[in-house]
Design a protein around this ligand. Sequence first.
Ligand code: ZN
Length: 539
Amino acid sequence: MKNLQPPPRVFCLGLDGGTWTVLQPLLQAGHLPNLLALANDGLSGVLHSTIPPITPAAWSTFMTGCNPGKHGIFDFQGYDRRSNQAYLVNATSLRVPTLWQLLSQHGKRVAVVDLPVTYPPPAVNGVIVSGLMTPSRESTFTHPATLLAELEAQLGYEWPLLKEEDESGRLHADFSAFLKKMRLFLDSRVQAMLYLLRRAPWDFAFLQLQCVDFLQHALWPHLEAGHPDFQRERQQRILRDFFAPLDQAVGELVAAARHSMGEQTLMLVLSDHGFQRHRVRAELNHWLHANGFLVPQTEAPSRWMRHAGLIRRLDVLQLRKRLLPKSRRQALGTRLRLHSIDHQRSLAYAVSSFWGYLYLGPGASVSQVADLIEKLYAWRDPATQQPVVRKVFRREEIFSGPACERLPDLIVEPAPGCTFSSKTFFQNGTLLAPVTPEDFHAGTHESRGIFVLNGAGVVQGAPGQSHEAALQDVMPTLLHWLGLPVPAHCDGRVRSEWFDRPAVAIAYHQPAAAVQEEVAFSDEEERELQRRLQTLGYM
Ligand SMILES: [Zn+2]
């Protein structure tokens, strides 16, 4: 007798930075009919991001079901306090097995396109095209390596990556050109996934769209109703040239996934974090210095500090760009930021940007740390008298697991609309700088992401924000739905209440998947990526 029960399968669409703030008014106005159909016929809600709500941390939590204390990634950069070196994270930095590794072990076939922190692409049972943090075309960023040529033959053009010319000026300085570029990113990724869906019936397919995050960062003033720099004509263009094609892609992808993977395929649209207006940048190291918590490196200048002095003099003459080769300039820039702080005598210093990542010096006492936290809470924007800091977390309050030692001692959540920077040239002591509409980060991240779930057995709920879940719940829920055991170390929980089928006991296990050996980017790749991330405002 024929078995009528089709194998459970999942299709995921990731909208990087997707937020109800933008999508809900568009849904209500009838501009996103395909997303609305999914939501009307399924379950949707708010998906709370990681702490911090930044892309590499959040997608790492999605793909492992774990908090950063277990997977080890909290930002684009990691920081080794013993060697005082910052480094860029990659797929091998993850300290727990990923969803794709587990699915592959169970013989499931996976296709994952454009997800951050999947470079270098792991050898899964299926295909991967690495996303953000892919160094360049010269690096092998697909698995199998031959897939790139296959996709480009299908597309009829080169797989678009951000290139140097995008970064040299301001990527979004020309509105029309920027919109066109985002559309190219959208179309190429969607066409690649449609091709992969036609090619084989995957058990799990994931398309992530980084362009949503890029677009919202740059064009936020025209996406938020009531923004002082809102221009209706631009809003209409963004709707016509980006969100309408995005919604059309949702319809095509869902149809293709159902055709290829079966009508019963579970559809999940989700984001890694939400978005909000970006109002002000606060210089955390400058503040620490001004308040006596940070001591700049002044005595017995090291070799790097002598370079720093040289570079500052060159900068005065606007010669730095011409005199130092690009690669050398970048390498110096990174190390300088860390070596211009006296780590032994400082009570605290910040590394990296967006949220505040504070490392405590060796001599920091309990009462000094308490004083630091109290003063952070008292920090006010003199222009508005509003607090700059929303919350200060001690590492152990929010993270747990063996990778905690890689994480900062204190994590400082900025007030809404505020982000932190951690520059260390202390001559210019500006503490707060308003964000202008021309800034590439006119919009910034916040915690409230989205999810829309649709498929056989999914309970129905009003479209929008009626349900809440955490990003770390998604991976265990999908594994359970696929009939597979959930790793016992996962922090997220299986959301059985999303489905109206009879409850099946959740099986837990200790996965045998070995964690990959950690490898670093080559110097050249690291420089390339640092330059790009800095230009994009992520570092
Ligand atoms: Zn993101």
